[in-house]
Write a protein that binds this ligand. Structure first.
Ligand SMILES: [Fe+2]
Length: 303
């Protein structure tokens, strides 16, 4: 792994295969349970609670030490990114690095803004929502991360999300549940920024910290993760009706082929059914439609 401090980027070996990248396109999330060492989790809580002195590795241009101190005790404590131990063990966590390198290409841009979601539990659940400024589209230019520095079982209200909901607006009643990103201290949730989510209801007593930040693409997409020699673009599973067309578009965009992507609709590729006696028609069509991400057309296709 190469950390370019001046450029605020890193490069490394990709960790995901074709199938895993496609799975991320389909599900919109990944969960790494307990991947940050306990000592770092404790230090993160102590830093956020003001129990240890700050020790920034540098003062960013245009900021002062006083700015960083103010930042540290705000809801956006991005100054924690300047702590060497946080950079090394959280932002540059080996598993996170391998995944971000797979999804975002070479020279991944490191986070510049942290949001702290601190809750004194117990608390009711939030309403289901998409975060501000979310965008539905085939592009994956940034990926969001939630880091839980303390044990966060379901009782402490970890983030709850709806797999596959990152491709279009979804209405969901608040009494309907989702998938919890619960885990021991040091759990990191990785997801598409547009995924429908909420802070789950908490029933236990205690403080729940959660730090949220984004990694950024700096290079055009190409299929430079771990390729599988037998990966079959025609027969791969892209999801069901009203889903497969968007998921496949995102996967093709990540392969650097988003501009060529065309579909002919109906039961044609990228849709498929396990009981087919042959592959779906319409694969590699040069003519056809693109998915209508903006939802301006009744049938969901754009010319
Ligand atoms: Fe949110």
């Amino acid at each position: 792994m190469i950390h370019d401090r001046a450029g605020h980027t890193f490069d490394g070996e990709p960790a995901l295969t074709d199938s895993q990248v496609l799975e991320f396109c389909r599900e919109g999330h990944l969960l790494l349970r307990g991947v940050v060492p306990d000592e770092i989790n404790r230090r993160t809580c102590d830093y956020l609670e003001g129990k240890i002195p700050a020790n920034p590795s540098y003062i960013p241009h245009g900021l002062t030490e006083a700015d960083l101190e103010r930042m540290r005790f705000s809801i956006a404590p991005s100054s924690i990114f300047l702590e060497d131990w946080f950079m090394e063990h959280v932002l540059l966590n080996p598993q996170v690095v391998g995944i971000m390198r797979s999804l975002l290409g070479r020279n991944v841009g490191l986070p510049v803004l942290a949001s702290l979601h601190r809750v004194e539990c117990p608390m009711p659940a939030q309403h289901w929502h998409n975060d501000a400024d979310h965008v539905f589209g085939p592009e994956l230019n940034f990926v969001e991360v939630f880091y839980f520095p303390q044990d966060t079982p379901v009782e402490l209200g970890p983030t709850e999300l709806v797999p596959g909901s990152h491709i279009m607006p979804t209405k969901r009643p608040d009494d309907e549940g989702g998938v919890f990103t619960d885990g021991p201290a040091g759990t990191i949730g990785i997801h598409h920024h547009s995924i429908l989510h909420r802070r789950g209801v908490s029933t236990a007593k205690g403080t729940r910290h959660m730090l949220k930040y984004n990694y950024w693409r700096t290079t055009p997409p190409q299929r430079d993760w771990i390729t599988e020699p037998d990966f079959d673009f025609q027969r791969a599973y892209y999801g069901g009706h009203n889903q497969a067309r968007y998921v496949a578009h995102m996967f093709y965009w990540l392969c650097g082929k988003g501009g060529e992507y065309r579909i002919i609709g109906g039961q044609a590729w990228p849709w498929s059914h396990p009981n087919q006696i042959g592959p779906s028609y319409g694969f590699a069509s040069e003519r056809g439609y693109r998915p209508d991400w903006r939802k301006q057309n009744q049938d969901g296709y754009a010319s």
